[in-house]
Design a protein around this ligand. Structure first.
Ligand SMILES: Cc1cc2nc3c(=O)[nH]c(=O)nc-3n(C[C@H](O)[C@H](O)[C@H](O)COP(=O)(O)OP(=O)(O)OC[C@H]3O[C@@H](n4cnc5c(N)ncnc54)[C@H](O)[C@@H]3O)c2cc1C
Length: 509
């Protein structure tokens, strides 16, 4: 392995971990370099959505994650007087077959991802190794890796991915400009372990009190998260102390005799993304490429979507199935998606980060009137990916496809667990692979494609009829799903399957 890697990953946060697993599972030799000797212990993400649940299935940790989450049904926003300003409801089963809002602890998840990555013989994790130099000579990338004893060594790789977080060294090396929406606030984050099990209702709350904007949410089973905004005139040092944390927790009846303070730290929330995600053999993913305020709980989620999008494209390029221009579609697809979420998170931030009492009163009056007029808050609409690898003009292409329960040979479960993932043809009738002409069949087998029909002769059963309902409402008979669960395109019936495969081959090769 030390002779060189197919892919070198800089940074072993959740995004570097997921990308290493996704590539290692496909048989590529992956080296991951992380400057910290141990995992980051401080509180960060507490929420992931249904799509991320499906990604966790793809990286092989879903079964172990499931018992470590708490499902949220309501996210309520209140003013200082306790009146409801906004109420987001989230369903117990989202589009991807997971609850729409899953509360968890990021260090827990990172531990599971670490165990999974280290179980793969193709993945080598090197902690205590800081990447201090990068050179792309066109045919190969060479990283300079500094070890704990100060010695440096060159590490060659075919591609290098900067998953090195908000202060990314790789991003600085690329010299890429950053689009910054100029929205930033400092918040004290406090994770608490109550001594006794407590039922919190609603589970997740924003208190839009100008005297101290405050977030109270689940931090996963048995753990509670408080976030307190820094007020104008207050210093970070003043805010970032254990004594301040206890003082701010006291009004919530949280005291040293009934709870343990697990962690506290101050973060600056920002809203920005890098304008260049790829330069030759160097690419960026996760916080290295984008950051957003946490009010929609989408920062890590977006990074995991980056990993999911990039992994199958790198796979096709490394195997020689696609030219490396395919990697340009990584940014063209991901930037509009993450941009929409940054915008949404910032709009939420504008509601809560108000420290001026008059502005807060005007906001409250406006929002209470809107709620009384029946204008309820809705979560962001399903966001499609930007231009890239899908059939332009097809209204379903570029949209996330559903996952539901199926059964096969006595085995019941979510589709990916029972049937598998990757490029997938699904049809309401007979197995669409039976319709493929020799060229399309050969190409589909190069992609290791999977094909399923839900017709009466099929061995796969649509347990709840959800796929059939989807085909009915969409008015299509066949879909081609990409490995990241977005649709490449659809066809009216099985006669259109060959066209789908031929168009896919034209697009990626
Ligand atoms: C308070 C808070 C709450 C949040 N809540 C949510 C939430 O509810 N939901 C959600 O989805 N997201 C949330 N987020 C965001 C989420 O935590 C981040 O988006 C996520 O951790 C980013 O993962 P990453 O792997 O890209 O980067 P990181 O986790 O930051 O990992 C980057 C790694 O790169 C390493 N590194 C840096 N430079 C080098 C180098 N030169 N050489 C080697 N290694 C290097 C670092 O040591 C680090 O380990 C929250 C964030 C905060 C701060």
């Amino acid at each position: 392995m030390r002779e060189g890697y197919d892919v070198a990953i800089v940074g072993y946060g959740p995004v570097g971990q997921a990308l290493a697993i996704l590539l290692g599972q496909r048989g590529w030799r992956v080296g991951v370099f992380e400057k910290q000797a141990a995992a980051y212990p401080l509180p960060r993400a507490v929420h992931f959505d249904h799509e991320i649940g499906r990604i966790l299935q793809a990286v092989g940790v879903a079964a172990r994650v499931a018992g470590r989450t708490e499902t949220a049904d309501v996210y309520e926003w209140r003013n200082a007087a306790g009146q409801t300003l906004l109420r987001f409801r989230s369903g117990a089963s989202g589009l991807s077959g997971w609850p729409e809002a899953n509360m968890f602890s990021q260090p827990d998840l990172e531990r599971l991802l670490d165990e999974r990555a280290r179980a793969l013989s193709t993945v080598e994790v090197r902690r205590g190794c800081e990447v201090t130099g990068v050179r792309d000579d066109g045919d190969l990338v060479e990283l300079t890796v500094k070890h704990a004893d100060g010695a440096t060594a060159p590490v060659p790789a075919r591609y290098a991915i900067g998953c090195d977080g908000a202060n990314s060294f790789v991003r600085q090396h690329l010299g890429a400009t950053v689009t910054d929406l100029g929205f930033f606030f400092d918040w004290l984050i406090v994770d608490v372990l109550p001594h006794r099990p407590t039922v919190w209702s609603p589970l997740n709350v924003q208190v839009c009190d100008p005297q101290r904007p405050t977030t109270l949410v689940s931090g996963g089973p048995g753990r509670r998260r408080w976030e307190f905004m820094r007020l104008p005139g207050e210093s970070i040092e003043e805010l970032n102390s254990e004594a301040t944390a206890w003082r701010l927790l006291a009004p919530w009846d949280v005291r040293p005799d009934n709870a343990a303070l697990e962690r506290h730290t101050v973060y600056r929330f920002q809203a920005r993304w890098v304008d260049t995600w790829r330069c030759g053999r160097l690419l960026l993913a996760g916080d290295a490429a984008h950051q957003m305020p946490p009010f929609a709980g989408q920062g890590m989620c977006s990074g995991l979507r980056d990993a999911m999008n990039l992994a199958w494209k790198l796979d096709l390029v490394l195997s020689g199935t696609a030219p490396d221009a395919l990697l340009d579609t990584y940014a063209s697809e991901r930037v509009p998606h993450v941009g929409a979420l940054i915008g949404f998170s910032m709009e939420l931030g504008k509601v809560i980060c108000v420290a001026d009492p008059q502005a807060a009163a005007a906001r409250d009056a406006m929002m209470i009137a809107a709620a009384a007029a029946g204008q309820s808050a809705t979560p962001p609409p399903a966001i499609g990916i930007g231009p890239g690898v899908y059939l332009a003009g097809d209204p379903h292409a570029g949209q996330l496809f559903l996952q539901r329960r199926v059964s096969r040979a006595g085995c019941n479960g979510l589709f990916d667990d029972v049937v598998g993932g990757g490029w997938t043809l699904l049809a309401r009738g007979a197995d669409p692979a039976l319709q493929l002409d020799p060229q399309a069949a050969e190409f589909f087998s190069t992609l290791n494609g999977v094909s399923v029909g839900f017709g009466p002769d099929s061995d796969v059963r649509d347990i709840d009829g959800a796929y059939t309902r989807w085909f009915d409402s969409a008015g299509v008979g066949v879909v081609l799903q990409r490995p990241d669960f977005y649709l490449f395109g659809t066809a009216a019936d099985s006669n259109g399957v060959n066209r789908l495969l031929h168009r896919l081959r034209e697009t990626i090769t």
